[in-house]
Design a protein. Sequence first.
Length: 550
Amino acid sequence: MRPRLVLLSARLLDPGTGAFLPHTALAVSEGRIAALGDDRDMRALADSATTVIDLKGAVVTPGLVDGHVHPVHGAELTHGLDLSGCTDLHQVREALARGVRDLAPGAWLHGWGLDPNVFGDRPVESAALGPVLDGVPALLQLFDAHSTLASPRALELAGVDGPRSFDQAAEVVCDAAGRPTGLLLEDAACELVERAAPRPTRAERRARLANALRGMAAAGLTGGHVMDANGDSLDLYAELDAAGELPLRLRIAPWCQPGTGADGVRELIEQQGAGGRLWRTAGVKLFMDGTIDNGTAWLERPDCHGESTHAFWPDPEAYTAVVTELHRAGVPTATHAIGDAAVRHALDSVAKARAAGRRTAGERTAGEKEVRHRIEHIETVPDDTVRRFAGLGVVASMQPTHCCDFTRADHTDNWSRRLGEERAARAWRCRDLWDAGATVVLGSDWPIAPYPPLGVMAGARHRRPSRDLTQPPHGPEQALTALEALRAVTVNAAVAAREEDRAGRLAVGHRADLTVLADDPLTTPATDLPDLPVRLTVLDGRVTHRDPGL
């Protein structure tokens, strides 16, 4: 069969060794790399129906994969007012004032990316924003996407006038008199007010999602490990896939929330493997805690405000039982665990699940594969916890740009001040986990941080604020090398998905998911890497992005 695509004059980079392959060209057929060789041999395979592209010495890597991303949620969230560039309350108020001026009468104002550091020593509450939101229904999501600041008018329209009780660790924060301050912690509380706001049409949501995914492809992404399947997300992916408009290969883990009973767990198990050509349900996402910045993480010792003392699951052992049941069914889990107590409990639960076994001996099938569980975020952990990942085979899924952009080397940021010096010095231990033998996968957690993978790789290397790269790095001893950062978004992403036999390498028979860069990402300085042009992105043998100059 003649190839669909031939790439010539290429430098083929092996993320396993960091060396260039001896070949200068490759051919793609039926979504796979069909042949590797020199330009003459690969050109000879082409016919009139083959797309032949001269890469002019550009560097080809296996397709870059975001290890933790929320496409549908991100497409909806980032449609509002971008507050991520505001560094103090004055800038926030100015941005809100501009947004209010553009609002139609009675319309809601939506904002995202609000950094709690702008409040300094003041409480995070709507009163701090002054009169700019008077009479305006507004929802401002903090950067962690686990908390929202609602204006008084928004609370009024939603009928939220006091504290509420929830089945999970969520809170409508109130003052001493029981009046809401505007701060809503975790989804259950945020949804009380979100439900009162107008929703975009389904057509608008589909268009926003398609646009976001095209942007990801243009940034060099060929895949993503999606950590939610809320609402009609799966239907949207299916529609785009069927229409040939899905430019990323998506591996999706639906949520399992506290209170999920046996029937709910069984439904999650039965849902595994559902999907289309370029997306499928594979795994289950659980939460063991919230975030350090809003005081809902689970720490072994309270933070400086006496907060972050409880698990997201009111009964942590119920979480353990669910992990065990999913493990017995062969379903991998991905657990959001940020604080040291949360990470430890998640590891303990995997250990108990492994001890319980997959099924009884008589139920096991020949050649049955080991389940690869993973923990997401891992922001602060002690030494003994680091050493357990490799022994339990738990994947460490991390987002180094969160450390870069939301904390400071001098520990004057909200995250570090809450934790104190000892725990803040254990921030995002990528190097220690790698050296301990863990499989480290990198991601953005978009919309929490920008999705371009070169920026994520760069952050893992330099650990400096992207707004000002002259600032000192936070924990430079935890930086990864250029090769390790590349492996973390190629080889290790494939390992985490149990796809190392068909993804993550430039080899005959492997998927033709490819990222083409203007130069070698291993020799490009970390601070320059985000600006390295993406010349071409190929998914399943189909070009999803092409530089006009190529």
